[in-house]
Ligand binder design. Sequence first.
Ligand code: HEM
Ligand SMILES: [Cu+2]
Length: 527
Amino acid sequence: MSATTEHAHDHDHDHGPARGLMRWITTTNHKDIGTMYLVFALTMLFVGGLMALIVRAELFQPGIQFVNPAFFNQMTTTHALVMLFGMIMPAFAGFANWMIPMMIGAPDMALPRLNNWSFWLLPFAATMLLSTLFMPGGGPAAGWTMYPPLSLQGGDSFPFTIFAVHLLGISSIMASINIIVTILNMRAPGMTLLKMPLFVWTWLITAYLLIGVMPVLAGGVTMLLTDQFFGTSFFQAAGGGDPVLFQHIFWFFGHPEVYIIILPAFGIVSHIIPTFSRKPLFGHESMVFATASIGFLSFIVWAHHMFTVGMPLAGTLFFMMSTMLIAVPTGVKIFNWTATMWRGSISFETPMLFAVGFLFMFSIGGFSGLMMALAPVDFQYHDTYFIVAHFHYVMVPGALFAALGGAYYWLPKWTGHMYDEKLGKVHFWLSTIFVNLLFFPQHFLGLAGMPRRIPDYATQFADWNMWSSVGAFGFGFSQLLFVYIVIKCVRGGEKASAKVWDRPFGLEWTVPSPAPYHTFEKAPEIK
Ligand code: HEM
Ligand SMILES: [Cu+2]
């Protein structure tokens, strides 16, 4: 990626945003919509975080202290749904909106009205999902995976959950269509596909994954709905159906979904590490091919979530080996990031701290994933806290850290001000210490046999659960510091230059900070 340009930042005509609330409701501007996605995601981080803290408060000690088991189950279920669909996916969609047009030298997204609609579905979907908690019988409680028959035995709010999932899926599909059309049609002249920055590449592949699997999820949950209310028996053994079919459908969506979450994170990290190593990304093309291979492989590994269901030996072997294959392109990426830093002139501003933290801690989650990919040993790990430790390592110090690093990295570009570097570093270290206290002991708990999704446990698990809960509250409260830093940065601070960093790569650094409401109305020249 060697895109540099002479920039056209002065605009002949200058129609700024409308005023007041209507600006946000009717906006078709990619930067406004990006901001709304990011603010929404940050809000949902605290909604989902509160649910997680209710879970961890209950698990602080063995026995039942604070909530009844039914409500506990609603908290684990809605926590996951909110964090996945309400927090991390919208966060990366926010980055996509803000950055993709600027990175490819386009004036906006290709389909701006669709863009507005993709965003505005989200608050309605989230409200519908959260409102189930106040309905008779409460919210969904069978886990975010919604396995029948259990998921069909919950309260009457079930159709609302399903409808919320449908809306979230529609939003994702529309956003993906928009991203693909934008990337394929709106690149500035000279921006060939292989010159595209990695964040753009990872989102292009993510968008295809989303279009590939969201309809499968929608189909699966609709079949649940008709089983419940319209007398079908897709998943009901009594009527000739098969509950395991749902698991196949769900994980055909579910595994690509985890890459939908992590690929944009890979993209962001691939921007931060070169900037603060003052070297171009090592192996740009191999990164693109690794991302594409991960995207492809993610479709053929789903049954690694189902080893304990029982399947023919050939099936077990296939899913075991295809899963382990994913470690190869993932390893290519880790190697390339490390090689980018090799002999670089590295400095550790907050974005770089989060990126390097990502590198180490995401890898911990990758390694536990490899352990679980071994079918025979997964019989021990499955449905234990080891799983909880694995996916939280990839999602929190993995995906979420990349998002936080990206936020610090581009905040000066978005707001025109530098954030408070000292506080940013404090935020990083508090987050890192507490996130490890929170999730590392869960490996031990899982190996010792503690099952996941339970409100009470045997006293032998007491010590590590206590530490894990301490970590959870520490991590949760540390994120308030992030909110403070962001608000402080929006309201003022040292003025940021166009370049912001010492040696950044990419078109976004050629426009002034804050980025004007309209950028690249004349396409930049890519050399
Ligand atoms: C090296 C790459 C990875 C490998 C080999 C891997 C492997 C696995 C396996 C085998 C399981 C199922 C274990 C069981 O239930 O018994 C699993 C669960 C899970 N993984 Fe990964 N994984 C990898 C990366 C990721 C990434 C990048 C994410 C997300 C960002 C992720 C998120 C999850 C989640 C959410 C679950 C649990 C789902 C549930 O049961 O609720 N994994 N992983
Ligand atoms: Cu998987």
